[in-house]
Design a protein around this ligand. Structure first.
Ligand code: FAD
Length: 371
């Protein structure tokens, strides 16, 4: 069958990958000359540790297995990069002990490490901390390589066509199939259509998405110069446990009040070592529109102070800063899927774990198609 996939972000690209592997012909459409949205602005984390118990953890684990396979086929920098969530106080450490005793802790690969065990893994961590929660199911890819690497893999199949600079402004369905058009009237048609617009939900889509339980979230991030030593783990601070639903039933009220800047900007520390040894660091969260148009310095001061406290050394200089938006489904379920017409769907709303679960979302779409 011929499938048209709109959106060159990770959700669209994963649809293209799984559709090609299922034997379909794929035309993959993107409005920009190369994708510039959330999927290249993120940490590249495949973050299983924070997922809510039940269906959300299940889809994340399924996706994690798919990432492993796809990562072995495409040059995307996939690595099983275990995470360490660092406890800087006794209350945080006790919370991690409770997390490691949760019924689904083995599925998440949770284990509490004391300070000496953390330092046996990561000798460069010489700051003030008591231990860490390890998650062996977490992993990472390189956002700078990801989409291009997947498209290089797709281009090995002559059933794949990449159509950048094609902004879809309309869609219709008739007895011959599903059709999308751009402003100049160019048309691309297929039997099947998947629209993966990320947070760009205006224009022709607003008719379908009016009132949908979706919100946009705005984040601020940064990247440092390369670090002097190798770091093999992604690092989080215990503020992350305040936000991730995996920990929502633990005694979060035993934690000391959050640092005022972290609380104001709804922050946690996530630090991901890149293949060039730089660190991607973040992040802030803004939920109310209109979003701030400025990159503010206070959150970076906070990140620097947390990183320095964990490493016991100055934070490497921050050399790049950026912001990004993702679309988050706030209804009952994990992401947003809506049928527009027979064989045509819109899929978005993966939220802050859209990268993590993207292959499993795509698999659900492809499994629903006629064989
Ligand atoms: C700063 C930040 C950090 C994050 N960190 C993580 C993380 O570490 N792990 C994780 O799991 N998730 C993370 N996320 C969330 C994740 O990045 C997103 O959920 C995911 O990238 C969304 O992918 P997408 O393909 O739906 O959207 P996008 O990446 O926004 O892609 C949508 C694409 O569709 C194109 N498009 C839109 N409309 C049209 C149209 N009409 N015609 C043609 N093309 C169109 C756009 O140009 C764009 O390229 C983060 C997000 C942000 C912003």
């Amino acid at each position: 069958m011929k499938a048209v996939v709109v959106g060159g972000g990770i959700i669209g690209t994963m649809h293209a990958v799984l559709a090609i592997e299922a034997g379909h012909e794929v035309v993959h459409i993107e409005r920009d000359s190369r994708p510039l949205s959330a999927s290249i602005r993120n940490f590249g984390l495949i973050w299983v540790s924070g997922r809510a118990a039940g269906a959300e953890l299940e889809i994340a684990l399924r996706a994690r297995r798919l990432w492993e396979v796809i990562g072995s086929r495409a040059a995307i920098g996939f690595r099983a990069q275990t995470s360490l969530t660092i406890a800087q106080s006794e209350a945080e450490f006790n919370l991690m002990l409770a997390a490691a005793a949760m019924p689904d802790a083995p599925a998440r690969g949770f284990r509490v490490l004391d300070r000496a065990q953390v330092q046996a893994h990561e000798p460069v961590l010489q700051g003030k901390f008591l231990g860490a929660l390890e998650c062996t199911q977490d992993a990472a890819v390189e956002p700078n390589l990801l989409l291009g690497g997947l498209r290089d893999y797709l281009a090995r199949h002559d059933r794949y066509t990449w159509r950048p600079n094609f902004e879809v402004v309309d869609f219709y369905h008739d007895e011959t199939g599903n059709h999308v058009t751009d402003l100049t009237g160019h048309k691309v048609s297929g039997d099947l259509l998947v629209i993966c617009p990320g947070s760009a939900q205006q224009g022709f889509l607003s008719e379908f998405l009016e009132g949908a339980p979706l919100r946009r979230v705005h984040l601020q991030m940064g990247a440092t110069v390369p670090f002097a030593a190798n770091l093999g783990h992604s690092i989080a601070d215990a503020d992350s446990m305040r936000y991730y639903p995996a920990f929502k039933d633990l005694a979060l009220d035993t934690l000391a009040p959050q640092d005022p800047i972290a609380a104001q900007f709804k922050m946690q520390l996530l630090l991901v070592p890149r293949l060039d040894r730089s660190f991607t660091i973040g992040d802030t969260h803004e939920y109310e529109e209109p979003f701030s148009h400025e990159i503010l310095e206070a959150p970076y001061d906070h990140l620097r102070s947390v990183i320095s406290a964990i490493f016991g050394a100055p934070t490497p200089a921050i050399e790049r800063r950026w912001s990004g938006n993702y679309s988050q489904f706030v209804g009952d379920g994990i992401y947003y899927r809506r049928e527009l017409a027979p064989g045509a769907v819109v899929v978005t709303g993966g939220g802050g774990r859209g990268n993590t679960i993207s292959p499993a979302i795509a698999e659900e779409t492809i499994n629903s198609w006629p064989k």
